[in-house]
Design a protein around this ligand. Structure first.
Ligand code: FE
Length: 171
C-alpha cells in the first residue's frame, strides 16, 4: 500500500539563502504608531519594503478630500481598494472598495479623493520609483523603497518604537 502524502508537509530544508516570510495579522487595524505620516491626513503602513527588488507594499490611508498627488510610474503598480473610493483626473473610472487596479508603466496621473469620502485605504504595490511631476511632466520629487525605509525609520524612532522596528518589513 502506498503512503498517503497529501497532508505531509514538504520534507526538505528551504534554500539556505532564502529570506524569511513576513506575516502581519490584522494589518489594517493596527497600533496607530505603525501608520507613517506622509502628508497632512495621509499615512502609509509598511508591509514589505523590498530593497533587493526595489518595490514596496503598503496600505495608503487618506483622510482628506481633494488632490493627493500627481506622479509618473516608470514601472507597474497594483492596487486593491480596502475602504472608500478614489479616481484619477486622467481616467474616467473610479476605484471603489473591493476593486483592483493595475497601473501600467508610463502612467502619469493625479489621484483625487472625492468630497464625500471620509477615509480611503488602498493596498498598493509600487515598483521602482514614483516621480512627482507638474502637469507638464517636470519632476518635482520622487519616492522609492529607500526613501520609504528612511521615513519609516525616522517615524518609528519618533514614536518610541525605535528606528530598527522597520527592519522586520525589509527584505
Ligand atoms: Fe499612481
Amino acid at each position: 500500500m502506498t503512503e498517503d502524502t497529501s497532508r505531509m508537509p514538504y520534507q526538505l530544508p528551504f534554500p539556505k539563502d532564502a529570506q524569511e516570510e513576513i506575516v502581519i495579522p490584522n494589518a489594517m487595524n493596527c497600533d496607530d504608531r505603525l501608520w507613517v505620516p506622509q502628508a497632512e491626513n495621509v499615512w502609509f503602513r509598511p508591509l514589505c519594503l523590498n530593497r533587493s527588488q526595489g518595490y514596496w507594499m503598503n496600505l495608503l490611508k487618506v483622510r482628506k478630500a481633494g488632490v493627493l498627488s500627481r506622479h509618473r510610474h516608470p514601472q507597474p503598480v497594483h492596487g486593491f481598494v480596502l475602504k472608500g473610493r478614489w479616481h484619477y483626473l486622467e481616467h474616467d473610472w473610479v476605484a471603489e472598495e473591493g476593486g483592483y487596479v493595475y497601473e501600467p508603466p508610463g502612467e502619469t496621473h493625479t489621484l483625487v479623493v472625492p468630497d464625500d469620502v471620509e477615509e480611503m485605504v488602498t493596498y498598493f504595490q509600487v515598483n521602482g520609483v514614483m516621480c512627482y511631476v507638474d502637469p507638464w511632466g517636470k519632476v518635482t520629487g520622487y519616492e522609492d523603497v529607500f526613501t520609504k525605509i528612511d521615513l519609516c525609520r525616522r517615524h518609528f524612532e519618533n514614536v518610541g518604537l525605535g528606528g530598527d522596528y522597520v527592519n522586520q518589513f525589509i527584505r
